[in-house]
Design a protein around this ligand. Sequence first.
Ligand code: NAD
Ligand code: WQD
Length: 344
Amino acid sequence: MKILVTGGCGYIGSHTILRLLEGGHDATVVDNLSNSQYESLLRVQKIAGRELVFLEADITDPVALDRVFEHNPVDAVIHFAGLKAVGESVQEPLRYYRNNVTGTLNLLESMDAHDVRTLVFSSSATVYGNNPQMPLKEGYARGATNPYGRTKQQIEEILIDLQASDPRWRMALLRYFNPVGAHPSGLIGEDPLGPPNNLFPFVSQVAVGRRDTVNVFGSDYPTPDGTGVRDYIHVMDLAAGHSAALDYLSDHQGVHTWNLGSGQGHSVLEIIRSFEKAAGRSIPYNLADRRPGDAPVSLADPSSAFRDLGWKAAETLESMCADSWRWQENNPNGYRTEAVPAVP
Ligand code: NAD
Ligand code: WQD
């Protein structure tokens, strides 16, 4: 198939495109490079030994999107493009709603106009909000607690309404839990611009010496060691989940929602210890206050994805840490060639 991938230069997109190319699909990538570098796709092409088409464009520009579809006929779209920082979304809600929601509306209108009605969408466990019933199942009520999460929730609703109006649409809503890790080559990985908001990239930047100490946000949660527990999912497992969802859509209409998580929980201290082992060095940390808005535990019930797609997480905490570390150690400054100064 020919697949249009929005946001394909980013972390999850680049790993998924590699999987698509290796599976014999063709990829056209649209990205505005607002949170990524084109270098990621140069490396994807190097690993795959195949070429793709890259078009620098912004999904909030409907004219540019129409041109993309007009000149690049595709069979399906995987839609990763979006802003994803929770704290930033609280400070700049309009930018988030415009980029994520308006961008998706433009994409859907262009798809419809060009008779492309198969879509895999990057949703998030964040749509469950602070629901304490663990593990989280797809049928539970949504209740996102911040503007970023509400963009995902609103987009899910838009997709459901659109499919109800026209049964030709085939849609997969993939709710990722906590994506981590990197391709085992160490050539592509997560490369956040500025201080990482998420635990894994922060820990790996401390391990490589770009930052001094990990702040552990909360040590008095009702969890075995008092620190937050999450369902970390290797990005290569996520990539396989996208490919399985695309296969499923080739013979199923309708909207289908799947959690992509491992079903296993790991605490912040477990992550730090496991990363220390992978990196062979100690990682200084400091027990800090809770981060506002954080839930004590977040865990997926991934059984629907296994039942429908035959997909389940195959990687381990060890491989998540080893692969993240290989990427970080080989690319201490990410995709940038010049050194990023260490934070004082
Ligand atoms: P990322 O920032 O690495 O990738 C997103 C890509 O989209 C970037 O390359 C960015 O430049 C591009 N982009 C953003 N706005 C755009 C626009 N208007 N037009 C064109 N391109 C645009 O993020 P990621 O971690 O790869 O996440 C991919 C998707 O998965 C996002 O939608 C994110 O919300 C969702 N998601 C991520 C996580 C996570 O923790 N990484 C968890 C759940 C869901
Ligand atoms: C994991 C654990 C923190 C950083 C976020 C988004 C969610 C989804 C995935 C997009 C928590 C603790 C973190 C640090 C720490 N993204 N932590 N020190 O918050 O589970 O989920 O990313 O959809 O929407 O909210 O992930 O990696 O930020 O935190 O102690 O420097 O690590 O408190 O327990 P989170 P995270």
